[in-house]
Design a protein around this ligand. Structure first.
Ligand code: SF4
Ligand code: SF4
Length: 91
């Protein structure tokens, strides 16, 4: 398998509303819970144990998200991307 094929194998946890989409890249996330703790609006919840033995955060209450960017900034593994309607790149 080529590097390009490996990089193409995306595995995201996703939560979205009509305006916002939050993606957590499971290839990068180490399930440290920082995003769960840091979000002032309690957007993330801890998931059930995954097949790889981790309790990943799930963006389960995206309608509460104010797009403050705190979770993206504090995630030590750059695993979170937030997309806003009308913007092509994550913000
Ligand atoms: S802060 Fe980043 S690495 Fe830690 S649980 Fe959240 S998404 Fe995963
Ligand atoms: S952008 Fe702010 S409000 Fe939205 S999930 Fe991240 S920390 Fe919470």
């Amino acid at each position: 398998m080529s590097i390009a094929e490996i990089l193409d194998r995306r595995d995201y946890l996703e939560g979205k509303t009509e305006k916002l989409k939050i993606l957590i890249d499971k290839r990068l996330c180490k399930a440290c819970d920082i995003c769960i703790e840091v979000c002032p609006h309690k957007v993330f919840r801890r998931s059930k144990i995954d097949e790889d033995g981790k309790f990943y955060p799930t963006p389960s209450d995206v309608e509460k998200c104010k797009n403050c960017g705190l979770c993206e900034l504090t995630c030590p593994d750059f695993a979170i991307t937030i997309f806003e309607e009308g913007k092509e790149d994550g913000c």
